[in-house]
Structure formats: structure tokens, C-alpha cells
Design a protein around this ligand. Structure first.
Ligand code: FES
Ligand SMILES: [Fe+2]
Length: 372
């Protein structure tokens, strides 16, 4: 392959190995997913004491529980005795305590070791030293975000800051009251692609005219390929004849009560690195959380969130869900089409970005900084 100098209109992408190399993925797990705040679970999914979920963050299994005090707690899902996985299910409910299935060490919902066979005959053992290893947890937008780092980065700067930087206003996202919304639909996508292909795809709209006919019908400016999400404060306007953010442009569910007039009839997309996309439309919020499983495999959980009375009334959300479900399916098919080619010698030195994708270079620069 001969590599020509790039003309000024084009910028370089990352080389193909960034999407295929298991060693590089391991470094990303260590330096990105195990150091940054990652969105783990929806808080309301843990609706009572003893409810738990397990999620994969970096190379760790993280156990999140609702404790008796009502607070959410996160722990490494590892028994302190001989290291058995404490909870093997993705979700469940315990009555009082968490008991290891191997030798029955028992922890309360705050992670304290409270019982173990023969423990009373070992008075020299300080139980408080053998509790579950706690992980930092913060709640925002109705989700529990966890960070495996011993000294987590500022949540305000790295997570909330992404929304403020994108929307240009700290109050703008608060007006959707995302934490008070109810879950209308959840779809989990098993995507056979590297997580960065999914992020890069979300950051550009050069592909919108080609693969998203329903979305560009609702948001005509997306047909021009502009990455509206990268102009601070700009939301893509609904087409004049569009009533709602639905698959056929029919009416949705009005406007969430605090959404400002200048936010109405607009779509805003926010990328919260490394693994979250937040999509704001007048009557609902769509939140994607990604769980990178391997260099070529990512699980994406997408929640559609509506005003509680919409969900409680049993209203049919299918036209509303269908729009972004199609967008997701179209996007992930494009990522899966790209993934195998990352290993081709044609992509050894990478590809190119056209001007409307140049901001993806900022993501690549950020990534390289993280990887050192
Ligand atoms: S490994 Fe958990 S009790 Fe032994
Ligand atoms: Fe897309």
C-alpha cells in the first residue's frame, strides 16, 4: 500500500488495528473503562432492598444492590474468602443478605461480612476487614454510574460536563427531568463491532441520508449530513409537517412539562464518553449504555423513557420506539459491516474523515491521550 499525503479536506482515522487488537482492547479496559465513570444500571430497576444487578465494567463484574437504607451500593462481585463470583445472575432479589454459594460467607447489603461457617471459633479475624470491595457510585439521570478507580475523576466535569458542553447550558438537560421518567421500552443489541465504531458512528451524520430514511424524514437537516450534535446548543429541528418524534412523524406524547420553548420540536444528542449516548426529544429521552465485551463485540442497552403518566396509562409507545429502534438497527448494521474490514490490509493505515466528520478526530485525540 502506498500512502499519499492527505489533501486538506481529509483527515486521518485511527489505523485498523485499533479496532481488532485484543492487547489494545485490554489497555482500553484498564485505562478507560476501569478509570472513568461508566453508566451501569437504571436506578429504578433496583426497586427494593435486596434487588441486585451485575454488570461488566472493564474486566470486572460489578454487583449493584439496593441496601436497607434505600441507597444503591456497588461492589466487586468477588467473595473475599477464595474469590468465587458472588452473584452469577444478571439480576435477582435476595431476602436479606448476599451469600456466597461456595462456602457460605454471608454479606449484608452494605457489603459487610456478617457470617461465615466457624467464624466464631476464629476470634482473631476482624470481620470488618473482609467485607466486599466497594466501588464508587453516583446517580444521575436516574442511572447508577460506577467508577472502578481508587481516585475517580470529577463526576461533574467528566459526566455532567459532557451535557453542559454539548447543550451550552447547565439547566438544559435538567428540564427533561430524566430521573423522574418511566421506562417505556428497553432493547438490548448484541453488536459484533468494536465500541469505537459505535461512538464514531454516533458522532457523525454523514451517513444519515444513506441509511436513516425515517430519521431524515423527521429531521430534514440530517439529510444534509451535518453533525448537528457538534454545534454547541444546537438541536436538529423537526420538519414542518412532522408532529412528533415517531417513525411516521405522527404525534407523540406532547412535551415534557419543563422543556423550554426553544427546546421543543428539536432533537439533541449527547455523547458522554466512554459509553453513553443521551438523546433528548420533547416527549421522551432515549439513553444508550454500552458494555464493550471484546475488541469486536459490544452490548448496547437502549432505554426509551417517558413521562410516568404515559407509561402508567398503557399508551402505545410503539411508533415512538420504532423510530430510534430502526436508527439503532441501521447504525449497528453499518458498524458490523465495517468491523471485519478493520483487519484488512486495505485499512492497515486507516481511512479518512471528510470535513463534516473532522470532529471525530477530537475523539481519537482523546483516546490516544487515555492510552498514553
Ligand atoms: S469463596 Fe466464597 S465462601 Fe468461599
Ligand atoms: Fe446513525
Amino acid at each position: 500500500m502506498t500512502t499519499l499525503p492527505l489533501p486538506p479536506s481529509l483527515a486521518a482515522t485511527l489505523p485498523g488495528r485499533y479496532y481488532t487488537d485484543p492487547e489494545l482492547f485490554r489497555t482500553e479496559q484498564e485505562r478507560i473503562f476501569e478509570r472513568m465513570w461508566c453508566c451501569a444500571v437504571r436506578s429504578a430497576d433496583l426497586d427494593r432492598a435486596g434487588a441486585f444487578r451485575t454488570v461488566r465494567i472493564g474486566r470486572e463484574s460489578v454487583l449493584i444492590t439496593r441496601s436497607r437504607s434505600g441507597a444503591l451500593k456497588a461492589f466487586l462481585n468477588v467473595c473475599r474468602h477464595r474469590g468465587a463470583r458472588l452473584c452469577t445472575e444478571e439480576q435477582g432479589q435476595v431476602r436479606r443478605n448476599l451469600q456466597c454459594p461456595y462456602h457460605a460467607w454471608t454479606y449484608d447489603l452494605d457489603g459487610r461480612l456478617i457470617a461465615a461457617p466457624n467464624l466464631v471459633s476464629m476470634p482473631d479475624v476482624d470481620r470488618s476487614a473482609y467485607g466486599l470491595v466497594e466501588v464508587a457510585l453516583r446517580e444521575w439521570l436516574g442511572y447508577a454510574w460506577v467508577c472502578l478507580a481508587d481516585a475517580p475523576p470529577s463526576f461533574e466535569e467528566t459526566v455532567v460536563g459532557a451535557a453542559v458542553e454539548r447543550l451550552g447550558d447547565a439547566a438544559a438537560i435538567d428540564r427533561y427531568r430524566t430521573a423522574d421518567l418511566a421506562l417505556g421500552r428497553r432493547i438490548t443489541y448484541d453488536v459484533r463491532a468494536n465500541w469505537k465504531l459505535i461512538v464514531e458512528n454516533f458522532m457523525e451524520c454523514y451517513h444519515c441520508a444513506t441509511i436513516h430514511p425515517e430519521l431524515t424524514d423527521v429531521l430534514p437537516e440530517f439529510a444534509d449530513g451535518l453533525a448537528a450534535q457538534y454545534y454547541v446548543g444546537h438541536g436538529a429541528a423537526f420538519g414542518e409537517d412532522v408532529s412528533g418524534f415517531t417513525v411516521d412523524g405522527s404525534a407523540g406524547f406532547g412535551t415534557l412539562p419543563e422543556v423550554a420553548p426553544d427546546q421543543d420540536r428539536r432533537y439533541y444528542a449527547i455523547t458522554v464518553k466512554p459509553t453513553v449516548f443521551v438523546n433528548l426529544v420533547p416527549d421522551h429521552v432515549i439513553l444508550h449504555r454500552m458494555f464493550p465485551l471484546a475488541e469486536d463485540h459490544t452490548s448496547v442497552v437502549c432505554d426509551w423513557l417517558y413521562a410516568p403518566d404515559v407509561v402508567a396509562s398503557g399508551a402505545d409507545v410503539s411508533k415512538s420506539v420504532e423510530l430510534f429502534h430502526r436508527v439503532n438497527a441501521q447504525d449497528f448494521a453499518a458498524c458490523e459491516r465495517t468491523q471485519p474490514a478493520m483487519a484488512s490490509r486495505a485499512y492497515r493505515d486507516g481511512g479518512v474523515l471528510v470535513p463534516s466528520e473532522h470532529h471525530i478526530g477530537i475523539f481519537h485525540q482523546w483516546l490516544r491521550e487515555q492510552l498514553g
